[in-house]
Write a protein that binds this ligand. Structure first.
Ligand SMILES: C[S@@+](CC[C@H](N)C(=O)[O-])C[C@H]1O[C@@H](n2cnc3c(N)ncnc32)[C@H](O)[C@@H]1O
Ligand SMILES: *[C@@H]1O[C@H](CO)[C@@H](O)[C@H](O)[C@H]1NC(C)=O
Length: 176
């Protein structure tokens, strides 16, 4: 029995892939340079790591669930853990991005809080009893000085901070 499977991808047209894929499963499809989207041109399903490993391209993030902040810090997916941890807050230290010196690292964790910020995440975590932001985060930074609005949403702070850290991260380089 032959089964052909058509996947709908971002371009809102169907493409044919050469293997049977479970319904609802998200896959990475190598589109190649041929723009023919008819079933005459069959595409390959490739590993999710393929764009980053083969082309050095960003291909989205992975999600890990932790029920408290110490779980975020300690249950790293890397067996050697994180070698540098940064907390972000409007109460953090203000250092202009061009003057921020980060150590070289292999696995950097940048933490963002929710509605009530990281300080409340620390207070709520029984493993971090009596600790303050500066105990948990050796580096606690305000990445948007003179923010103007009373508060910045996490999803806004994320983009602002990634831009802020881009140059310091590039200068720090990767630890061997
Ligand atoms: C709604 S804000 C939390 C505000 C909260 N009052 C606090 O004490 O941080 C959500 C998250 O956005 C990030 N954030 C907001 N403003 C920031 C700033 N000026 N610098 C760095 N991070 C900021 C922090 O990670 C914060 O936990
Ligand atoms: C903290 O979070 C970790 C990871 O999710 C979990 O294993 C642990 O039970 C949590 N501890 C408490 C006290 O909630």
């Amino acid at each position: 029995m032959d089964l052909e499977l058509i996947l709908v991808i971002k371009i809102l047209q169907n493409v044919l892939v050469e293997q049977i894929v479970e319904q609802g499963k998200r896959v990475t499809v190598a589109m190649g340079t041929n723009r023919d989207l008819t079933p005459a041109c069959v595409r390959k399903v490739v590993p999710q790591s393929s764009p980053s490993e083969e082309m050095g391209s960003y291909w989205g993030y992975k999600v890990r669930y932790a029920s408290n902040l110490s779980g975020v810090i300690n249950d790293s997916p890397y067996k050697e853990g994180y070698d540098h941890i940064i907390g972000t807050s409007e109460h953090g230290e203000t250092i202009i991005s061009s003057e921020l010196i980060l150590p070289s690292f292999r696995h950097l964790l940048i933490a963002f809080g929710g509605l009530a910020g990281l300080e409340e995440s620390i207070e709520e975590d029984p493993n971090l009893n009596g600790k303050g932001a500066n105990d948990v985060f050796p580096c606690y930074l305000n990445t948007c000085p003179n923010q103007g609005s009373r508060t910045i949403r996490t999803e806004e702070a994320l983009l602002i901070s990634l831009q802020y850290f881009q140059d310091p991260i590039r200068r720090a380089g990767m630890a061997s």
